[in-house]
Design a binder for this molecule. Structure first.
Ligand SMILES: Nc1ncnc2c1ncn2[C@@H]1O[C@H](COP(=O)(O)OP(=O)(O)OP(=O)(O)O)[C@@H](O)[C@H]1O
Ligand SMILES: [Mg+2]
Length: 370
């Protein structure tokens, strides 16, 4: 089946994936040398894609097995253990006798067979009982992995979630496996920068200094534009250079927003120019109006004014400067700092190293035109 070449979710293969060569090489180097890494980026910049792409490179490797788990939907150590057990088992489930052996070892987890509603494939789910039992089960899984004759790369996506588990010992528990299982390399990732920074860089926390950090930003614009032009050409379609420049101007090359615009342009046109991009943007803003109207209900009047001011300026480097505050009537510097902190925690805003920007690029344009 031929897919639209601009994916807006998931990972398929290198053909659909642009660049990230240095980042991929770094992830692979960390894994090859049994180190650990934490990948941080603003929402929708491409963390999950990078991990999937790196793991794709290890497909068929005799040495390294990869395990990917997204823990966004987990709220307790028990749920974490279930998700983790399921992911590990699906990696080794090619071999029936191994599965039986593991199931025996994992009996504390009460395995249950079912059909995965998404894939239609048979799956094994685990139901860990109480807290202690989850800990014991987790230990069984790690002891099993430690005894295997290959290396594991375990990616735990949306890792900041563990900071919200009621079991405060989760961090210490996981950290102990980092130290005691040399054949496992962990890749953690997430977008809540502040929460992750606290987990990994506060001396009082168990994970202090235990992983390398990697921040990912936008893909090199020139590389991304030639990728887009090539993908259009491969479907006997075209996009003008001016349209590509305009996409860069609109999105700042924020990955998801580039992908989304290109997906829709490619899906509906043979040739995309600047006018078509303009029209598409206004269609998208109209479609998303209910979502944006709902965003507004979540904001205080000061937060709203700050967001709008950031949107109008396409990012702001000194939001507490007197010029900025007086131009947009934002009150005092401390009011601005407080509001910005809250907007950052809610992930409406992020800092790209130079400027505070709106996470949702289309919402920013909606604010500008409003
Ligand atoms: N290098 C790439 N080339 C092409 N598309 C990409 C690339 N990286 C990511 N994407 C696409 O961009 C979108 C966002 O990427 P991804 O989901 O990896 O971001 P994320 O940082 O994990 O986001 P979130 O914070 O929401 O989890 C996805 O649709 C993905 O398919
Ligand atoms: Mg992700």
């Amino acid at each position: 089946m031929k897919l639209n070449p601009f994916l807006i979710s998931g990972y398929v293969s290198p053909e659909y994936f642009c660049d990230r060569e240095h980042e991929t090489a770094r992830v692979l180097d960390v894994i090859a040398n049994q180190r650990h890494l934490t990948v941080i980026s603003p929402r929708r910049m491409g963390k999950t894609g990078l991990i999937r792409h790196s793991f794709h490179n290890l497909k068929g490797s005799k040495k390294v097995r990869t395990v990917y788990i997204d823990i966004l939907a987990t709220t307790t150590l028990k749920e974490f253990t279930e998700a983790f057990g399921k992911a590990v088992l699906s990696v080794i489930s090619g071999n029936e006798s191994v599965v039986k052996k593991v199931l025996r070892q994992l009996s504390a987890l009460r395995p249950k067979f079912s059909i995965d509603p998404l894939t239609g494939e048979p799956a094994i789910t685990f139901q860990a009982k109480g807290g202690d039992q989850a800990e014991e089960s987790l230990n069984t899984i790690f002891v099993y992995m430690a005894g295997m004759p290959f290396q594991y790369a375990i990616a735990i996506d949306e890792f900041q979630q563990i900071a919200d588990y009621p079991e405060k010992k989760t961090e210490a528990l996981l950290r102990s496996y980092l130290q005691t299982t040399p054949n496992i390399s962990f890749i953690f990732s997430g977008s809540r920068r502040h929460v992750l920074a606290e987990i990994f860089s506060l001396p009082a926390r168990p994970f202090f200094n235990s992983t390398e950090m990697m921040e990912i930003g936008i893909i090199d614009p020139a590389a991304y534009k030639s990728f887009i032009a090539e993908r259009f050409a491969s479907g006997s379609k075209s996009v003008t250079d001016a349209a590509l420049d305009y996409i860069e101007e609109l999105t700042g090359m924020h990955t998801f927003y580039v992908q989304y615009l290109c997906n829709r342009l490619y899906g509906s046109l043979k040739k995309a120019g600047t006018n078509e991009v303009k029209q598409l943007l206004s269609v998208i803003l109209a479609e998303n109006e209910p979502v944006y109207a709902n965003y507004l209900t979540l904001l205080t009047p000061t937060q709203f004014r700050i967001l709008k001011a950031i949107a109008l300026n396409n990012g702001v480097s000194e939001p507490t400067s007197s010029e900025f505050i007086s131009e947009y009537q934002l009150g005092s510097p401390s009011t601005v700092s407080q509001a910005l902190k809250s907007l950052t925690e809610k992930q409406f805003v992020y800092h790209d190293g130079k400027k505070h920007k709106l996470t949702d690029v289309f919402f920013a344009w909606w604010m500008v035109y409003k």
